[in-house]
Design a protein around this ligand. Structure first.
Ligand SMILES: [Fe+2]
Ligand SMILES: [Fe+2]
Length: 226
């Protein structure tokens, strides 16, 4: 299948400008202090330097994460905003050849990419501790999820916080899945299909691969968040 729906450069530029504006607006809305803002921007800058598409994905996941959190009323929107922005930061340390591949992922590329979870955790622990713990779970719930072992927390966490982190990780994984399926032109989610699938197909795929969250996914579609 060809690149039938290739977007013109001006359209991509426009979408990126909108993302940048939405990100700044969210920083303002959450009244982030300069130190926090600078830290998030620093990590996002590293991601952008390595791969523009991963930066766009990270910003979208952060913004959508805040919306999903607001909808669930279980966690603070800020919690999923930060962890969404930072969830793929470990990709700055994986082999760029594997990172930028659009098709023909080899098992070796997959193994290389899988490392981004632990790399990300190590990059931000002690700085963004909540997000560091949450990001550990963003590929954990999928089929053949990873990492196989979750490192012990280095700080004392109450059972409540631990449960919240796990739930945040589950929500983050859904938002991550949704964004990747909606924007990435590869055949990872829809074998044999190299174009972005339509809305209904994405929804069916979300339900198929996340059956334990089907109620929430349907509600998010009803609310127009997905
Ligand atoms: Fe990831
Ligand atoms: Fe991601």
């Amino acid at each position: 299948m060809g690149d039938g729906h290739q977007k013109p450069n001006s359209w991509i530029k426009y979408m990126i400008e909108i993302l940048e504006e939405r990100l700044e607006a969210k920083f303002d809305e959450f009244q982030l202090v300069k130190k926090q803002r600078d830290s998030l921007k620093l990590y996002l800058g590293l991601v952008r330097n390595r791969d523009e598409e991963t930066w766009e994905h990270s910003v979208r996941v952060g913004l959508k994460g805040a919306e999903v959190a607001e909808f669930t009323h279980i966690i603070e929107p800020k919690g999923l905003f930060y962890s969404g922005l930072l969830h793929d930061v470990g990709k700055v340390l994986v082999n760029p050849n594997s990172l930028k591949k659009k098709k023909d992922f080899s098992p070796e590329d997959m193994e290389e990419l899988k490392q981004h979870v632990m790399f990300g955790y190590k990059l931000i622990r002690g700085i963004h501790d909540f997000s560091a713990r949450v990001l550990l779970f963003h590929h954990y719930f999928q089929e053949k999820g990873y990492p196989s072992e979750i490192p012990c927390p280095e700080i004392d966490l109450s059972k409540g916080t631990d449960a919240l982190i796990l739930y945040c990780g589950r929500l983050l994984s859904i938002v991550d899945f949704y964004d990747a399926a909606s924007n990435r032109k590869n055949d990872k989610f829809f074998p044999g299909v190299s174009e972005i699938p339509d809305k209904e197909r994405i929804k069916q795929s979300m339900l198929k691969f996340n059956p334990d969250q089907s109620y929430l996914i349907r509600e998010l579609y009803k609310a127009g968040i997905f």
